[in-house]
Write a protein that binds this ligand. Structure first.
Ligand SMILES: [Cu+2]
Length: 228
């Protein structure tokens, strides 16, 4: 009887200890984009924040399957973060054709032209930032951010972000936005309670739109009669 009681208590203690060990908090903050005078940030939701484990801190990734819709001549969402080995599906929701491609050296691909209702996909094996375009519509630009860590998030429209379920440890926090010349990094030590890091400022003042080339490395032409 007494032995059983002791065993039960020990089991309970183990559960309590295990819970304490795996307690994980959130790392939260606010992305702020420095803009040229008179301009406002309308694309804060395109910011990505991720935590890169350092030292003995580890983070195991699992490949995901996710979606970027082709809708109203845009990538939606325009930016997606995934883990290495993940598959991104590109369903065509428009009434006309699209042709998604990337010329990124470590992950070039070309879906070919495909019509409404069809879906093509691409698996991203290597970590990196992959600009994606459409060979028919020159204004369609997007990004797939492929990460070696599962600890990432995308900001809300108000710039707020929260990376959840962060195991205690030391990380390099990265903040990225495609209009900012440089990503911002800072080393943080996270406790089981998580942490608030306040404002993270990225500088978009130097951004200028530059029209990319089509998949053949040439200027876009309107020879197809398709409306841009
Ligand atoms: Cu298109």
């Amino acid at each position: 009887m007494r032995a059983t009681f002791v065993m039960r208590c020990s089991a309970l203690m183990l559960v309590v200890c295990a819970r304490a060990l795996v307690a994980q908090g959130a790392v939260s903050g606010q992305i702020n984009l420095l803009e040229r005078v008179g301009e406002q940030s309308e694309d804060l939701a395109d910011a990505i924040v991720w935590l890169e484990p350092t030292g003995s801190t580890r983070a195991r990734t699992t490949p995901l399957t996710t979606t970027i819709q082709l809708e109203k001549r845009q990538f939606s969402p325009r930016v997606r973060a995934v883990t290495e080995g993940s598959k991104v599906e590109f369903p065509n929701m428009d009434s006309f054709s699209h042709n998604v491609f990337s010329k990124a050296p470590d992950g070039a691909f070309d879906t070919g032209v495909y019509p409404r209702g069809r879906t093509k996909d691409q698996t991203f094996k290597e970590a990196g930032i992959f600009p994606i375009y459409c060979n028919i519509h020159p204004r369609m630009t997007g990004y797939v951010m492929v990460l070696k860590t599962p600890l990432f998030t995308q900001a809300g429209q108000d710039g707020r972000f929260s990376v959840t379920d962060v195991p205690p440890g030391t990380y390099v926090l990265h903040a990225w936005h495609d209009r900012a010349a440089q990503e911002k990094t800072q080393t943080i030590t996270v406790t089981s309670a998580g942490m608030g890091i306040g404002r993270v400022e990225l500088d978009a003042r130097g951004f200028r739109f530059v029209q990319h080339k089509n998949k053949f490395g040439q200027e876009y032409t309107n020879a197809s009669g398709d409306r841009y």
